[in-house]
Design a binder for this molecule. Structure first.
Ligand code: NG6
Ligand code: CA
Length: 495
């Protein structure tokens, strides 16, 4: 083993210096994948060998967080290095304007400044256009206006219209004679919905919401008309996006390093695996699409290998927020989950301020450059911006919430953040490496999704070392610490 490691590390020096100092960076962000959904942390119920390879061969972060427990805010933090609640970022509809200003600094812009070729492929969910989007002409601003040289995105979520890909601002495969119309307010005349025409829902039916326009047998959020030739095929989405990633990598000419953000759409609803993954778990579609996501990761890693790029590419894998079972469709996620613990022993999940809302799978892999290590350093996705900026000697604006933890990301220290604000559907909490301070808030004991959201009766302090499930409020015992954390949260809030 030791010899193998030495050989691997020894081969580094073969890399040209520019590649060591300016490695490619591939950032893979899954959608709603839980800490316990990957086998890398010890779960035996779903096997994710390709993702595990990154974890086992790199830095396996056990205290890595998204900045929020839902997608739009989480991705806002990742892209801008700013806490999303400062911007009041919340889950966006499919026709929402881009929430990142064209003048704003982004992680993509930072890489561009450092001479990188940049790309964004897959789930976006940060808005597009300036409002009242005309889907039939080039849409601006989008990823290309905030630092990406190339983009091919699904604008919002798979369960929201429009169900089309947008490549460099243009809807892919659009027939100008069949223009696209989108509304989140009212339906278009004569357009069937899941309510008026339930017989159209041949693929899956809604458990809540998701009863507007039906596309590919799946009812969605929002109304859409036209664009028939441009509609994505749900069960081909994984293949489509993987092919786009491969095509992006094929254009690497060896002179310019790349930064690629790859937003996997799995395992967000609707969960429609490609037929070859159907039945690959006993958990129904939710399990099967996780296996599919793992395949996607494998395909991309193999492509890097094939092109001889793997040793000068840092691959980061994480998820935008915690997991959920029923998120609006009758897909048997809850019924078939068995003893699979998607939360990895933590409380809460997507939408929740409890730990499983933001503590997500987080791995940093750099073949031959990183000694495999498991690290409990507290780090967050918004820290990637400042960390890579420091690696590349790039300056970043003052006042960001992004902290430089490059050493933690590369496994050279197990020290990370001292503290950080966490957010779930607009509510804020505070984390240190060992404790969580959660405010009292009212609200349903359980969300409609079944995930716990608002059951904090009183301001609570949890010791995560001894109490993963956050059942024991220790605020009485640690008044001073709680006050300090409360003050730190307040200081951030008014900054
Ligand atoms: C919710 C949707 C849920 C999902 C979520 C966004 C309903 C009832 N629920 O409003 O299905 O789309 O938004 O998920 O419509 S996220 O991961 O992109 O944040
Ligand atoms: Ca998500």
């Amino acid at each position: 083993m030791k010899n193998l490691l030495l050989t691997a590390l020894g081969s580094l020096s073969a890399l040209p210096l520019w590649a060591q100092q300016h490695p490619n960076v591939l950032l893979i962000i899954a959608d709603d994948l839980g800490y316990g959904d990957v086998s890398a942390y010890g779960s035996q119920t779903i096997s994710t060998p390709n993702i595990d390879r990154l974890a086992r061969g790199g830095v396996c972060l056990t205290n890595g967080h998204a900045s929020s427990a839902t997608s739009t805010p989480s991705r806002y933090g990742l892209m801008t290095g700013i806490y999303p609640w400062r911007k009041k970022a919340n889950i966006l509809p499919g026709d929402a304007p881009l929430i990142i200003g064209e003048e704003q600094f982004t992680i993509a812009r930072m890489f561009q400044n450092a001479g990188y070729r940049t790309g964004a492929i897959g789930k976006w969910h940060l808005g597009i256009g300036q409002g009242k989007v005309d889907w039939n002409h080039t849409i601006k601003p989008g990823p290309n206006e905030i630092g990406f040289d190339y983009s091919c995105i699904l604008p919002a979520t798979v369960d929201r219209v429009p169900c089309v890909y947008v490549e460099n601002g243009d809807v892919v495969g659009l027939d100008p004679n069949d223009p696209i119309e989108v509304s989140y307010k009212k339906n278009f005349e004569g357009q069937p919905t899941g309510v008026t025409n339930p017989e159209l829902m041949t693929r899956v039916t809604p458990s809540h919401g998701h009863n507007n326009t039906v596309i590919n047998g799946i009812p969605r959020i929002g109304f859409m008309r036209g664009g028939k030739t441009a509609l994505w095929k749900d069960d081909e989405m994984a293949n489509f996006l993987v092919d786009k990633v491969k095509a992006f990598l094929d254009l690497q000419n060896g002179e310019q390093p790349f930064f690629l953000y790859y937003g996997l759409h799995e395992p967000h609803v609707p969960r429609i695996p490609n037929p070859r993954f159907e039945g690959s778990t006993t958990m129904g579609p939710r399990g099967d699409v996780i296996v599919e996501a793992d395949w996607c990761v494998g395909e991309v890693i193999h492509k890097l290998e094939e092109k001889g790029l793997l040793e000068n590419t840092i691959v980061i894998f994480s998820s935008d927020n915690g997991p959920v079972l029923d998120d609006g469709y009758n897909d048997q996620a809850a019924e078939l989950v068995g003893n699979h613990d998607m939360n990895g022993g933590y409380r809460g999940g997507k939408y929740s301020l409890y730990e499983a809302g933001t503590r997500v799978p987080f791995f940093v892999y750099w073949k031959g450059h990183i000694r495999p290590v498991t690290s409990d350093a507290l780090v967050a996705q918004q820290d990637l911006l400042a960390s890579f900026a420091s690696m590349l000697g790039q300056s970043i604006p003052e006042g960001l919430d992004s902290e430089n933890h490059l050493k933690a990301f590369l496994g050279k220290t197990k020290k990370g953040r001292k503290g950080m604000v966490i957010e779930a559907v607009g509510r804020l909490g505070y984390r240190t490496d060992e404790y969580a301070l959660l405010p009292a808030y009212k609200g349903a004991k359980r969300s409609i999704t079944g995930n716990e959201m608002g059951i904090v009766d009183t301001l609570s302090l949890f010791d995560l070392r001894s109490d993963r499930m956050q059942e024991l409020n220790v605020i009485g015992k640690h008044q001073k610490l709680a006050q300090k954390m409360q003050a730190a949260l307040e200081a951030e809030r008014i900054k």
